[in-house]
Design a protein around this ligand. Structure first.
Ligand SMILES: NC(=O)C1=CN([C@@H]2O[C@H](COP(=O)(O)OP(=O)(O)OC[C@H]3O[C@@H](n4cnc5c(N)ncnc54)[C@H](O)[C@@H]3O)[C@@H](O)[C@H]2O)C=CC1
Ligand SMILES: O=C(O)C(=O)COP(=O)(O)O
Length: 529
């Protein structure tokens, strides 16, 4: 059997590679070099990157087998998550792996900026003993403004507390009470900018944050302000910062990140007030070990078809052990539903009843949707793009849960309303100690069949002789019946035959059966992949 291919496009820790182990074919490439990256993507199942590889729509299109993109770190601004989602590709990151390192790097740059450490060091190594030129400022008693009080912003706040600073922050998405618990006062961006002696940026790069600190803002700061950016280049406009420092409107800056990286020739590097590092926030042994092992674990889970807690483009929370067996069941029910419906429903309810409903079962809804669209679209359908496909087709999906399940311990139902108002439903359960998949209801008829690869459902007017005709016609075409069940609403009313057969029933045979028994509907379902 060929092993899944994992393409490592940037440096990954030895510990991360060790977690991948021998079950995968691990290949390496230089992700920053497009001429290497794009051809290398042709047959890979997983891609591992850091910040230097642009995983854009072009890269995703170049990887038809790709199932997961793993970012060994935090920022996902180099990954087109939307394009990945459309292609059904899972995106994961390692959200806590390097936050301590990034926070410590922030402290290093705040202190270095306050005390001119780097500049004095360079001068001394150059044979210059200059003391007054490098007179700095204390942190004690100063106001530090944190932009983005998320994971790293909070670690920075904690670490700054003992320095005797006053902490203020701008983060409209954080409850003020949470900030207050940490001794941080939440203010508007304008107030933070006006009051701070140090401004430290810990925002994600997005349309809203790009250029957030630009020329206008840099005209409103205290001239003594020092600006630190260990988040993403471009959130502080580099041109505006250069001019502000040159004009004495900003006292200094500590920069780890740049709008375009690698960056070796920024005009900012000419300024003595600027201390800069080449995106080293996450570059510690500890952070790299954590990032490498976390993403390697996620890649393994993703390629094993398991739910991945760190996936950023899969809805739903952690999956309880009790819920896991329900996933293939729900997927199968989704496929049977589409075969029965013959079209995409306008309204779809995924009902989960019984003991498992006590858990977070949102993933069951995903699995059902995956099944519903499996035979509808050409592209591969995954937990990632299934909700998107439903949305694109205007299907109104609802998850209904209830602890009440009178007949079965747990039962999952996929119920839909079609464009002409018809209702279609199929329910299933996992039965007995061996947890055998059973279909227990179709369109309101109770039954108990084991869904094998080939199924057939016939609805007709209840009368004698039908089973014989169906058996005879199938026999004539060499199709062996594995099981058959007949259910009806009332004697002489509407009846349903559910069949499992050993080989696919060709369309013309199904049509012949429907016509000979005058069936209201006949649906065949082929569940093999
Ligand atoms: N220099 C380096 O090597 C590293 C840089 N980073 C970067 O640090 C930044 C922060 O990372 P985390 O703290 O882990 O992220 P996070 O998601 O935990 O925190 C971001 C905070 O920003 C806030 N926020 C988001 N959009 C906002 C907006 N438009 N206006 C105001 N606030 C907004 C959020 O509410 C959140 O509290 C990211 O840009 C990440 O890429 C992360 C690790 C290492
Ligand atoms: O994790 C992040 O967001 C970082 O900026 C770290 O980037 P890196 O993995 O060092 O290229």
């Amino acid at each position: 059997m060929t092993k899944p291919v994992v393409l490592v496009a940037e440096e990954l820790s030895e510990a991360g590679l060790a977690v991948l182990g021998a079950d995968f074919e691990v290949r390496h490439t230089d992700g920053a070099d497009r001429s290497q990256l794009l051809p290398a993507l042709a047959d890979v199942d997983a891609l591992i990157v850091r910040s230097a590889t642009q995983v854009d729509a072009e890269a995703i299109a170049a990887a038809p087998k790709l199932r997961v993109v793993a970012r060994a770190g935090v920022g996902l601004d180099n990954v087109d998550v939307e394009a990945a989602t459309k292609a059904g590709v899972m995106v994961v990151n390692a959200p806590t792996s390097n936050i301590t390192s990034a926070a410590e790097q922030t402290l290093a740059l705040i202190l270095a900026s306050a005390r001119n450490t780097a500049q004095a060091h360079a001068a001394l190594k150059n044979g210059e003993w200059k003391r007054s030129k490098y007179t700095g400022v204390e942190l004690d008693g100063k106001v530090v403004g944190i932009l983005g009080l998320g994971k790293i912003g909070q670690l920075v706040a904690q670490r700054l507390q003992p320095f005797g600073v006053e902490l203020i922050a701008y983060d409209p998405y954080l409850p003020p009470a949470r900030a207050a618990q940490m001794g941080v006062k939440l203010l508007s961006l304008e107030e933070v900018i006006r009051q701070a002696d140090f401004i430290t940026v810990h925002l994600p790069k997005s349309k809203e944050t790009l250029g957030l600190i630009g020329d206008k803002e840099l005209h409103e700061v205290k001239p003594s302000v020092r600006i630190i950016n260990v988040a993403r280049g471009g959130i502080v406009d580099e041109g505006a910062l250069y001019t502000a420092i040159k004009e004495g409107r900003v006292a200094g800056a500590g920069l780890d990140v740049f709008a375009k990286e690698p960056c070796t020739d920024s005009p900012l590097f000419e300024l003595d007030q600027v201390v800069a590092t080449p995106h080293l926030g996450a570059s510690t042994h500890e952070a790299q070990e954590k990032a490498g092992t976390q993403v390697a674990r996620s890649v393994k889970l993703a390629l094993a078809g398991e739910f991945v807690p760190d996936a950023v483009n899969v809805q739903g929370g952690a999956v309880a052990e009790e819920v896991k067996p329900g996933l293939p069941l729900a997927e199968k029910l989704g496929r049977v539903f589409t075969a029965l419906a013959g079209e995409v429903a306008t309204k779809l309810d995924v009902e989960v009843r019984g003991e498992i409903a006590a858990h977070d079962v949102r993933v069951i809804e995903l699995a059902a949707l995956k099944g519903v669209f499996n035979d509808v679209v050409e592209d591969s359908v995954t937990y990632v793009n299934a909700p998107l496909l439903a949305k694109e087709r205007g299907v109104n999906v609802e998850l209904v849960t209830s602890s009440d399940s009178p007949l079965w311990r747990n039962v999952v139902t996929v119920r839909g309303v079609l464009a002409d108002g018809r209702q279609v439903s199929v329910s299933g359960t996992l039965s007995g100690p061996r947890q055998i998949t059973k279909i227990v209801e179709v369109n309101g008829y109770e039954m108990e069949i084991e869904p094998t690869e080939h199924l057939c459902f016939l609805t007709y007017a209840d009368r004698p002789g039908i089973v014989g005709v169906v058996g005879h016609l199938l026999g004539e075409h060499g199709i062996n019946i594995a099981s058959m069940q007949v259910a009806r609403d009332v004697k002489g009313g509407k009846a349903l035959i559910a069949l499992t057969v050993d080989s696919a029933i060709p369309a013309e045979v199904a049509e012949q059966i429907v016509s000979e028994i005058g069936a209201e509907s006949g649906r065949t379902v082929d569940l093999e992949d």
